[in-house]
Design a protein around this ligand. Structure first.
Ligand SMILES: CC(C)(COP(=O)(O)OP(=O)(O)OC[C@H]1O[C@@H](n2cnc3c(N)ncnc32)[C@H](O)[C@@H]1OP(=O)(O)O)[C@@H](O)C(=O)NCCC(=O)NCCS
Length: 169
């Protein structure tokens, strides 16, 4: 059975999980969009980031990482198009991946729902890297806010948003 775990952010825990994390990154992403070990470590220890790992029988099969929008080094155009930069009400999904032989079991959906439940008052946003991830986000009621034409290597990527259900004023 798959369960979602949130490792604590100590160096010791990073060392415990980093091999699994780096392996998933390498298997699931092309080299041009893959995060480096140092990028991953920086995000892992960022105090306000969410590091979710999907575990199946003590084996890490998927990851979802999210950081506050304000921590992302986005250009002004994207910040303006989103319109919420500086309001501290948005988490940005930087990393979502499930091992190929563990896909289509609802793991990505489970991790995204976990994130939504953890931050019921926040918007959750992500660039959908491909048609499959766009479908996954759409299943959980993310909507395309705009298409980013300047994403990695100037490819197009839908910028997708999940708006919180409740009005927290
Ligand atoms: C995108 C990714 C994380 C999805 O992981 P997953 O655990 O297989 O996704 P889920 O099983 O939770 O699927 C959720 C929904 O999307 C749909 N879906 C998932 N994979 C699909 C596919 N290949 N084709 C069509 N629909 C798909 C499912 O039907 C599912 O909805 P349903 O089960 O209610 O019908 C995985 O394919 C992956 O790691 N891809 C490579 C890395 C990547 O592109 N990451 C996304 C970055 S934004």
């Amino acid at each position: 059975m798959i369960k979602i775990i949130e490792p604590n952010k100590t160096l010791q825990t990073w060392k415990y999980y980093r091999r699994d994390i780096l392996q998933i990154e390498e298997i699931c992403f092309d080299y041009n969009i893959r995060a480096s070990r140092s990028d991953l470590f920086a995000e892992y220890v960022e105090p306000n980031s969410d590091i979710l790992l999907a575990e199946d029988h003590n084996f890490i099969v998927g990851t979802l990482w999210a950081v506050p929008f304000e921590k992302m080094e986005f250009g002004d155009e994207l910040k303006n198009k989103d319109g919420h930069y500086g309001q501290n009400n948005t988490m940005y999904i930087t990393n979502l991946a499930v091992l190929p032989n563990r896909r289509r079991y609802g793991t990505a959906k489970m991790m995204i729902k976990y994130l939504i439940d953890k931050h019921p008052e926040k918007r959750i946003v992500a660039h959908a890297l491909n048609a499959v991830s766009q479908t996954v986000f759409e299943k959980i009621k993310f909507k395309i806010l705009f298409t980013d034409t300047e994403w990695f290597d100037h490819t197009k990527a839908p910028y997708m948003v999940y708006e919180p259900l409740k009005d927290f004023g």
